[in-house]
Write a protein that binds this ligand. Sequence first.
Ligand SMILES: Nc1ncnc2c1ncn2[C@@H]1O[C@H](COP(=O)(O)OP(=O)(O)O)[C@@H](O)[C@H]1O
Ligand SMILES: [Mg+2]
Length: 360
Amino acid sequence: MAKLRVGLLFGGRSVEHEVSIASASSILQALDPSRYEVLPICVGHDGAWRIGSVGMLPEETAQAEHDLPALPGTLAIERLGGDPSDGRPVDVIFPIIHGTGGEDGALQGFLELADVPYVGAGVLASAVQMDKDVTKRLLLQAGIAVVPWVCVDAAELGDPDAVEARAFGELAPPVFVKPANLGSSVGTHKVKTREELLPALRDAARYDEKILVERAIDGREIEVAVLGDREPEASLPGEIVPRSEFYDYESKYVDEETELAVPAELEPRQVETVRRLACDAYRAVEGCGMARVDFFLERGSGEWFVNELNSLPGFTDASMYPRLWDATGLPYPALLDRLIELAFERHRRRRALETTYRRG
Ligand SMILES: Nc1ncnc2c1ncn2[C@@H]1O[C@H](COP(=O)(O)OP(=O)(O)O)[C@@H](O)[C@H]1O
Ligand SMILES: [Mg+2]
């Protein structure tokens, strides 16, 4: 049987460009070479797509910026569908671009229009999970506890007293301030005094028009990996143990000391609860493909809160998502097989839908 040709799409125009290259390298190494042939495709900081050749490594493709032709996405996708370098189209795209433009539904919409099977969440689930405010509203509707929050529009910063009164009318410091649509803790601040609120909001407003002010939770950070479409399955939970005050950009990508406990040390009853909550939350945001569901387990009360969902979690072999599946009995290469299978299944299901109206 001919090998499946996988277009491994990575890079992107975001602060997570380098993280994406690392994820893509791990994926390339783990994909079974007897089943797959991988074509690396790098989206540069300039937004142009550069198609490597089969066998080329993601980091080589990223470095070959000057040698590979820079194509607009539209042209690249056309070429991938018909005639890359040797006339064979890609069978499936594995997008592993984090953040804006990569996991917010924009890229998924583009791949949808190109009618190519792709790994991971679709347009709606991606867009919802990217927006922390919309995510919370859907979770609340499903009866799932979220951290109490106030949503601020950047335009409101023109009247600072009113914003402060509204935020502190509902929440007492300490609070967290963060842009609604971002990741990697960029623009996120822990605000301990009233005076710190406005500077934090102004900084967050550099990244997004919508900003969340949230009650600060004193709790453990527990994460669960979810996989599947119609009948999603949840992994064992893991725990993030950051060294700094919270899980900020440094502790995510720079500080090697941040510890991931896989699996997390929890009571069997707590494990059961959090796995069930993870599947419920996934369904509430119409999740498909995969997502990592991040929780706080509050100290003292023992209450669970969903913090956020990530439709395109970090994906190196040392990242939480693959490690959680590994600990649950699904090793990294088998996880990749499953994700690719899900991409084909979803594409087939959508293809089977009628697109013209027939009477009777
Ligand atoms: N309400 C909160 N209470 C306590 N810690 C928080 C809260 N919100 C965020 N944090 C801390 O900030 C980190 C990043 O915030 P998060 O909401 O997960 O955004 P991101 O999308 O950037 O990961 C979290 O992992 C956690 O350490
Ligand atoms: Mg997070």
